[in-house]
Write a protein that binds this ligand. Structure first.
Ligand code: SAM
Ligand code: SF4
Length: 429
């Protein structure tokens, strides 16, 4: 979502004359879009600002703006803590950034803007061309969260659930398709909670797939509670919905799930898994895990490991629990760091071995790859399999944006390497 937001912020500031530069030292404005999900992400913000400060020690100071969830969570605190920061703008207020920049330049007074106003934000964004122009593009359909998992800051930093109007989303998808986009990744903190009038995520998928230019549809991130029958059934009828389901489970222990306020059990999760596998056995799962959540004992961890062995997730995110200010879990007793670190290593070993095995199974097989771009270095191209695994291959410029058949030659944990199969040009009359 931050990648989508960053690109949209760029679209907005372009209107008042800013262009993106890769060279920090030549920037007039430094814009840092931030994540607050774990403490490490927050630490990075101050580290980055320190780096900018060093770079501008002997030069005129650039305008420094912090946007995103750290801005929302820390607001005025940030201005007090770091005098180098000029503006602090929350994730639901970034559509006002141009006015805020002008206000700052006129008054030279530092301030924060952290109002929640998702309606006004998307109203504004609808009027601005999304200039991504890539083969694969994100499209935000929903924001915020009402679920309040006890570990998570999202409901506080992104605010309540908001679903964008169906027609607006379809219009944005159509514009993206007409600008060359071939794959759309529907986004939301709780993307499958999408609910606008009578429409759900399943309706959006079926509508967007009518666009002939769009070849692949994905969505992220979903919550097990919102994996409703209509969404599961779409996997049986959709021609363009990709067979990778990213469904965060967090823990394999029902006791921990209850303590997290997750509102689903492991049995619910397994039922979704089995229903989807029944519809299409080629569907694979990926997930998010929180290791060392307060109260997690050896037995709870054993259940998580068992789940990983059973489902054989092909790609997952796993992190040690990070206490977030303002959340219920921040007040609970932490599991010892050595124990969490040991458990993280064990779970990651299992996840990574599985990833390596799944990729190895594809060697010498022919798979469909959507080619996204030429690599910056060398002559090779980058694409993704239907399961979203990165593929590096020899290709041609004209293949960018196309789905080609690729023979996989070798693989490692994260990437497949292959060669494009020549299509025959034989004709018969
Ligand atoms: N809405 C999705 C769901 O309910 O599963 C997840 C979205 S959340 C923005 C992304 C991931 O960050 C979560 O699935 C969780 O694994 C991780 N996360 C959130 N808070 C965390 C915390 N306090 N410590 C460690 N990981 C955390
Ligand atoms: Fe955070 Fe997802 Fe839980 Fe919402 S449902 S509070 S976004 S983890």
């Amino acid at each position: 979502m931050n990648e989508y937001d960053s690109n949209r912020i760029l679209d907005i500031v372009k209107q008042i004359g800013y262009h993106k530069t890769e060279f920090l030292s030549e920037a007039n404005c430094f814009l840092l879009n931030t994540c607050h999900i774990r403490d490490k992400a927050r630490e990075k913000v101050y580290h980055e600002i320190g780096r900018v400060k060093k770079n501008f020690r002997s030069k005129a100071k650039p305008l420094v703006i912090v946007t995103g969830c750290v801005a929302q969570a820390e607001n005025e605190e940030m201005l007090k803590k770091e005098p180098f920061i000029d503006l602090v703008i929350g994730p639901q207020a970034y559509h006002k950034i141009n006015d805020k920049i002008n206000e700052y330049l006129n008054k030279k007074k530092r301030f924060e803007e952290t109002e929640f106003d998702a309606y006004a934000k998307f109203d504004y964004l609808n009027k601005i061309q999304n200039s991504l122009g890539k083969t694969s593009s994100f499209l935000t359909i929903q924001e915020g969260c009402d679920k309040f998992c006890n570990f998570c800051v999202v409901p506080f930093t992104r605010g309540p659930e908001y679903s964008r109007p169906f027609d607006e989303i379809f219009y944005e998808a159509k514009t993206l398709a007409e600008s060359g986009v071939k794959e759309i990744i529907l986004l939301g903190q709780n993307v499958n909670a999408y609910n606008f009038e009578k429409y759900k995520l399943s309706d959006l998928i079926l509508e967007i797939e009518k666009l002939p230019q769009i070849r692949r549809i994905r969505y992220t991130t979903s919550h097990p509670k919102d994996m409703t029958k209509d969404l599961i059934d779409v996997y049986g009828v959709s021609k363009k919905l990709m067979p990778l389901v990213h469904l965060p489970v967090q823990s394999g222990s029902n006791k921990i799930l209850a303590s997290m306020n997750r509102k689903h059990t492991i049995e619910d999760y397994l039922e979704i898994y089995e229903n989807l596998k029944e519809i299409n056995p080629l569907i694979e799962f990926s997930s998010d895990f929180i290791i060392g959540y307060p109260g997690e004992n050896d037995e709870d961890f054993k259940y998580t490991l068992e789940l990983v062995k059973k489902i054989k997730f092909i790609n997952s995110f796993s992190f040690i629990f990070s206490p977030r200010p303002g959340t219920v879990a921040a007040n609970l007793n932490l599991v010892k760091k050595e124990i969490s670190s040991k458990r993280l290593l064990i779970i990651q070993k299992e996840l990574f071995e599985n990833q390596i095995k799944k990729n190895k199974e594809l060697e010498n097989k022919k798979i469909d790859v959507l080619i996204e771009n030429k690599l910056k270095r060398g002559d090779q191209f980058f694409g993704r399999s239907d399961l979203m695994t990165p593929v590096i291959l020899d290709g041609e410029e004209k293949d960018v944006g196309k789905i080609v058949k690729v023979k996989i030659i070798r693989s490692n944990q994260n990437t497949l390497f292959g060669e494009k199969l020549k299509t025959s040009n034989l004709k018969v009359a």
